[in-house]
Design a protein around this ligand. Sequence first.
Ligand code: PEP
Ligand code: MG
Length: 318
Amino acid sequence: NGEVTLRQAHSPAVTRDGVRITVGANASTPAEATAARARGADLISLVRTEFLFLSRDTPPDVDEQEAAYLDLADAFGGERITLRTLDVGGDKPLGYLPMPVEANPFLGVRGLRLGLRRPAILTDQLRAIVRVARQTPVSVMFPMVSTLGELRAARELLDEVVGPRAPVGLRVGIMVEVPAAALKAAVLAPYADFLSIGTNDLTQYTLAAERGNDDVAALGDPFDPAVLQLIRATCDGAAGRAEVAVCGEFAADVRAVPLLVGLGVRELSVTPRSVPDIKQAIRATGLGDSRELAARAREQPCADTVREVLRSRPSSGS
Ligand code: PEP
Ligand code: MG
């Protein structure tokens, strides 16, 4: 029942056969961070820092960003938070950052692409993040990485900001949201401590079906076997090099939990509200069964038959 689920949410989520799966929260405000703590999130695995940059005339300076990130960390009780660098561009323009109009904004200058073109904004943000990382455990995460060159350039900027004395708790990760990044996980992973798969964008780019466009929403289905194969490719490529998380909405679908665990994912990042249910779903999962399930699922011809495979699994209880 709900009360038991909530009480157990403050214990780690371990599969039936003893594999720990980290359950983080996506939280971008102190109120959401407080909710994440109350719901037993192991860490905040995605802070969308865009909220600090939108609807204003000038970018926040380093002091303001430091204060905002510290507020968030405090609201989460000083446990680890994952600050994703600014992920705007094309479809989410900023008044103080004039950008050329693009015919295909989702394929244009967004995420890390924008950060590398406007290094002053990214550098200020990294300065704030590094200051915070000297006070509390912080991970920094770069969005929309497509090539090794981009990741190396981002790490160079970070190294410059860090200087000779790296904060002990600073971890570095990238979002895997572009099929190219999933297929190159083995190349990218040595430059990161973790990879976090953003299934919202990964699905959009894999099926070439724009997020939020109702006319193609049915195509943009994360249960599509092509998306599952890319998640698998990410886990295979990262194995022994970096941990793999999923932070898109797919991670909060209880049906997807055994599938993701079976594909090799070891961290799920969900809205604070979903943390207790996802932890319970993990406890009902066995790694051996999940691997078989995942192998069957990714060989399916379509998303509907993937869902059928998940429904017919002996322990699915439905
Ligand atoms: C994603 O793309 O899955 C993701 C988590 O990032 P956002 O939804 O902010 O694009
Ligand atoms: Mg995204």
